[in-house]
Design a binder for this molecule. Structure first.
Ligand code: E4P
Length: 220
């Protein structure tokens, strides 16, 4: 499973890329607003340092979405255009996908929405795990079901991107569910490294190493 960062914060992305584990980024209007720069500037900057970068459309009608999607796609070859799982969003996505633009269908909460996304030739479907959990549903179950449904249909090439991952456990669960990509905030990525036994092990190894560096008693 590929690991993406769900952020528009340049420093977080730079760090994840430097660590060698992050291969893409997902953004949304909330994350862009938090980063404090305009959409185009921020997305272009991110595209300069990492592979796939999802950037979201914000118009509502099909024709406007097509125009907006073409504009966003022209910013950089790494851009994947996000449309929402609505009739207008998907109709526009189909036109854009037909032009060779990669589409990420976002705000997906059901297997049916995932089937609609694959029907328009979407490159990515993004089921939102945490937001389903927030309303008392089982978000990871939806990821598992989408993966299973897609596997029954070999013609489907759409990748499953588990989104709205809120804790490190979600990341391993998404991988076990068969998701192609998991996207997460930086703090969740950091959490993936952590285990108390790793810290204790490092401490012991370092202490033993230091002992070998101390002057040895002279034998007579
Ligand atoms: C993904 O594309 C979304 O930006 C994201 O994962 C949403 O996460 P949230 O529900 O924690 O805001």
């Amino acid at each position: 499973m590929k690991l993406f960062l769900d952020t528009a914060d340049f420093n977080e992305i730079k760090t994840g890329v430097d660590w060698g584990v992050v291969s893409g980024v997902t953004t949304n209007p909330t994350l862009i607003a938090r980063a404090g720069q305009d959409h185009e500037t921020q997305v272009k900057k991110i595209c300069g340092i990492v592979g796939d970068v999802s950037a979201e459309t914000v118009t509502e009608k099909k024709d406007d979405l097509v125009v907006e999607g073409r504009r966003i796609a022209s910013w950089h070859k790494n851009v994947i255009v996000k449309v929402t799982s609505t009739p207008d969003g998907l109709a526009a996505g189909k036109v854009l996908a037909g032009e060779g633009i990669r589409i990420n269908v976002t705000l997906c909460f059901t297997v049916n929405q995932a089937l609609l996304a694959s029907a328009i030739g979407a490159y990515i479907i993004s089921p939102f795990v945490g937001r389903l959990d927030d309303i008392g549903e089982d978000g990871m179950r939806v990821v598992r079901d989408i993966v299973d449904a897609y596997r029954q249909q070999p013609a489907i090439k759409t990748k499953v991107l588990a989104a709205s991952l809120r804790e490190p456990l979600h990341v391993s669960q998404a991988a076990l569910a068969g998701a192609d990509i998991g996207t997460m905030p930086f703090k969740v990525l950091e959490g993936m490294y952590k285990h108390p036994l790793t810290d204790i092990g490092i401490e012991r190894f370092m202490a033993d190493y230091r002992k070998t560096q101390e002057p040895q008693p002279v034998r007579r």
